[in-house]
Each structure stands twice: as structure tokens, then as C-alpha cells.
Design a protein around this ligand. Structure first.
Ligand code: GLP
Length: 336
């Protein structure tokens, strides 16, 4: 886990925007081997999109060969609704860069068969060889995408009922009218996110400090779905100082020192090349067979399943506990 701490949301956003640009450039995408980018909505990534658009306009990055998959979408509001995630993405990003419309994937919350829509979405991700970098944000309750507290850590793209806290938090986008906030959404699952080769999360503000603390210092827990990132080989969380308010001072110092030491050595915790470049293929992109290419992160297995896998005979056999026979202390002392 890399935890990058920056002074304020602007600096955290600038770090991530630069990181994404560097990753795409290093990847050197082509039409046959595009960079597959997972994207979020919410207020947290707005500044990141703004910087990416600026850099595109300054010809510092191209999205010509970038394929995108969004995390989630509300169910039941029209695509053209000002608060739909379709509208959000075009307003803040897609309308301003050279990403091809055919390369944009956003779940359709008005699909006639929502379950089929979710299955097709997972299949489309696999057909593109998986997601290279999933950018995400979190809700104050630590949810990632719309994987609310209690979501299975093995979950995949599906229909999700929103938690009251999330409806409340998102009501600011609907004139603070709870009745207008959709109560259901389509969302990628925790497992869908974990299968990305890299996950980058932005967390800013004191209102998300408890969630960050649970996810960094606590154990993996379905009540704070972001904590599942502890199971990922290449997660990075970029935060502002306010988001660290609930962390222990030693945790903050530890992650700052790690970054400082890496910088002093002239590198920034470089990813393995398999994660940096993705699987190289020649020719067209073949759909991945799920049975042949098992996900890089397997569903968490119950600990007992491994423990019980060992034959019982390998356990040391304990002798029977002897019967307790009451005695007097005096009888244990040898006679003088
Ligand atoms: N489904 C989205 C999440 O993907 C997002 O991370 C969250 C945070 O939004 P904000 O950045 O506005 O706090 O909002 C919604 O719940």
C-alpha cells in the first residue's frame, strides 16, 4: 500500500493527474494495445479531470488509445439528467479530450435487463484485457464505487441499493431533496476493482478521515469496502492532510518517510513491468477466457479452508488431560 500525503486537495489531484499521465506514456498505448482506465465520478476527481484536460490541450497527453470504464451509474434517471454519471463524465472529461466514443464504457442504468447489463460490462472489461489503472474515490463510509458497507468483497458488477448515508451525502447534488436522489445504482464490484492491475484512490477532507483510518490501520472488513485494497498488490491512496486527521501520528510519519526515502534514492516505488505495461498481445484484442486467465486477485478464501486442508494426522496429537485429583500442597514437598 502506498499512501501519498499532500497538503491540500489541489496538490493531491495534481499528483494523481501527473501519475496517470506518466502511466499512460510509459504504457505507450496503441490501437491494438490500448490503455484501459477505470474512472470515478464525485466531487473528489473533478480537479484531476480538469488537469488532465489542460494537459491534453497543451498536447502533453493523448487519450487516442485509451479505453475507459466508469465505476457506476444511477438507476432510473435519464442519461441526460444533469446529475447522471453520463452527464458528469462528458461535462468534466470526455467532451474535452480525444477519447473515442467507442472506447467509453458507462453502465446503463436504464437498460431493460439490468442484470444482463452488469454481466455484459464484466465481459467487456475482460475482452479488453482487464483494467490497467482504476481511479476511484470513496464515500464517507469508506465505500468504493457504490459498494456500500456490507458488500461482499468478492462482489462483481451488479445492481445495488444505496445506503441512507450515501443518499444523504449525494442529496447535495439534488437540491438537498432526499426524494430526488436515486435509491439504486449499478456498480462495479469490489472484486472488479481488485482485479485492476493498479488501483489509485483520492481521499480528501476531514469528513473522510475515519474511513481512511479504518482502511489503512484497521483490518480488511466488508463494512469499509475500501479496506479490501489491502489485498491488492499495487494500491495507492492519495490524500490531503485533512483526511489524515484520524490516523496515528506514527502512521503518517511512516508513509511520509517511505516516500522521502524512495525519492532520495531517485525513484518512486516503481511498479513491476507487468503492471506498468499490461499483457502485450499482437494483433487484435482477444476476449479473455475467464477459466484460463484467472484473476490476479482471487476472492478472499476463508482462513479455515487452508487450515483444514491439512490432514488431521499432521496435527500433533494431544494426550488426554489427566483427571484432576485433589491433593494437599504438603504432599508435593519431598520430605526432609
Ligand atoms: N458512487 C460515488 C463514488 O464512486 C464516489 O467515490 C463518492 C464520493 O463522492 P465525493 O468525491 O463527491 O465525496 O460518490 C459516490 O458515492
Amino acid at each position: 500500500m502506498r499512501l501519498i500525503i499532500r497538503e491540500d486537495p489541489a496538490a493531491a489531484s495534481a499528483y494523481i493527474a501527473k501519475y496517470i499521465i506518466d502511466r499512460i506514456k510509459t504504457f505507450n498505448p496503441t490501437a491494438e494495445h490500448p490503455f484501459v482506465l477505470g474512472l470515478p465520478t464525485g466531487s473528489s476527481p473533478v480537479k484531476i479531470y480538469q488537469i488532465l484536460v489542460e494537459k491534453y490541450k497543451a498536447s502533453e497527453i493523448s487519450f487516442e488509445h485509451v479505453v475507459t470504464f466508469n465505476m457506476d451509474e444511477y438507476i432510473g434517471i435519464p442519461r441526460e439528467h444533469p446529475e447522471s454519471y453520463h452527464t458528469f463524465m462528458y461535462k468534466h472529461f470526455f467532451s474535452h479530450v480525444n477519447v473515442h466514443p467507442k472506447n467509453i464504457h458507462i453502465l446503463n442504468g436504464n437498460a431493460p435487463d439490468l442484470e444482463a447489463e452488469c454481466v455484459a460490462y464484466e465481459a467487456a472489461i475482460k475482452a479488453h484485457g482487464g483494467i490497467d489503472l482504476f481511479l476511484g474515490g470513496i464515500g464517507p463510509d469508506g465505500h468504493i464505487a457504490f459498494n456500500e458497507p456490507g458488500s461482499s468483497l468478492a462482489s462483481r458488477t451488479r445492481v445495488k441499493t444505496l445506503a441512507y448515508d450515501t443518499i444523504l451525502a449525494n442529496s447535495r447534488f439534488f437540491g438537498n431533496d432526499l426524494d430526488k436522489v436515486p435509491k439504486m445504482a449499478l456498480t462495479v464490484g469490489v472484486q472488479t476493482v481488485l482485479e485492476a492491475r493498479e488501483v489509485v484512490i483520492i481521499i480528501t477532507g476531514a469528513h473522510k478521515a475515519l474511513a481512511l483510518q479504518k482502511c489503512i490501520e484497521g483490518g480488511v472488513n466488508h463494512m469499509w469496502t475500501l479496506s479490501s485494497l489491502q489485498l491488492h498488490p499495487h494500491p495507492m491512496i492519495v490524500v490531503d492532510e485533512d483526511a489524515t486527521l484520524e490516523l496515528q501520528v506514527k502512521t503518517v510519519k511512516y508513509f511520509k518517510s517511505i516516500e522521502a526515502v524512495a525519492a532520495s534514492q531517485g525513484f518512486e516505488q516503481i511498479l513491476p513491468s507487468s503492471a506498468r505495461t499490461g499483457p502485450r498481445k499482437t494483433g487484435h484484442v482477444e476476449p479473455i477466457q475467464t477459466d484460463k486467465h484467472s484473476p490476479s486477485i482471487q476472492s478472499p478464501q476463508p482462513l479455515t479452508s487452508t487450515l483444514l486442508a491439512a490432514p488431521a494426522t499432521e496435527y500433533p496429537v494431544r494426550s488426554h488431560t489427566p483427571e484432576l485429583v485433589p491433593d494437599r500442597m504438603g504432599s508435593r514437598i519431598s520430605a526432609f
